[in-house]
Design a protein around this ligand. Sequence first.
Ligand code: DAH
Length: 353
Amino acid sequence: MSLADFTSSLDSLLVAAEKSLGLVADEAGLEELRVLYTGAKNGQLKSIQKGMGSLSSDERPAAGKKFNEVRDSVQAAIDNAAARISGGSLVGASPKSSGTKKSVPPIDPTLPGVRPRLGRLHPITQTIEDLKEIMGRLGFSATEGPEIEDTWHNFVALNIPEDHPARDPLDNFYLATAGKNASDPTALDAKLLRSQTSTVQIRAMESQKPPLRIISLGRVYRPDEADATHFPMFHQMEGLWIDTSVSMAQLKSVLRMFATSYLGGDVTIRFRPSFFPFTEPSVEVDYFWNDQWIEFGGAGMVDPNVLKAVGYDPEEMSGFAFGLGVERLCMRRYGITDIRDLFRSDVRFLRQF
Ligand code: DAH
């Protein structure tokens, strides 16, 4: 026997089997057909299989594969016929049955359906999308920076001197990298998990010429004890606008417009004089909620030292920057009172958003 004959006899067997099994109407008829096609002694499949012995050894793998496919299809046709005869439905019968007789449970169309659960975006992800959208309307385009940073971008270029408490190893996640500076957090290339998204201001200015109007949203890390308002990882939105004559008045209007767009027209915000090494003058920005002022970010006019660090001319360019806490905005908007709820991955909480 040739491989072609072998294959075509299997094909005709399958056609005949599917046809007769599709028509058979009772258990006895089905059993007859089962024996006819798959009977262990004289079944048609068995006798075709015997023909494999006369094939050459390099034809046998293909022949074996074909045989298995047809055998499985015949079995599936038997299973379907059995389900049909016993009043079940064809739905759910697997076409590649394992060969054991399988009864398919009948479907009761009067039972109520099960509504599939839809996934959804995490509230912080939704907030990030909303913030990008609002700032996009104000002309800010979104950019990103790495979460593992070096001392230069996280501190030095931002005018944060070596003895500044913000650089204390106890207040940062320095990485014990294998490099030569592993133990020296003052080295410019010492690595840490960024403690603020202000790093992206530096990266953006290093790689682009002014004017510049960007935001950057992402995670930051600080070794804080977790409580209702603190978490060792949280998100910030950084903003930076550099041009020939950017003013503090513009900074205040941008932040006001942003706050009313995101939190609603009735939100009250205030600016308090403050200090940041990378801005001069600097302010802290608060909103009013539940009878108290809540700080949601810092801002100010970019310090000339920062402009110099990235090679911009402070005589020519000025700008403002701000850094806002994403969780605090999200919590205020949705009335969430414990930041830890955002990161517990409890679907009962997350499903509400
Ligand atoms: N980086 C500051 C922080 O994490 C927030 C901040 C303050 C960012 C003032 C700024 C800024 O861009 O101008 O606390």
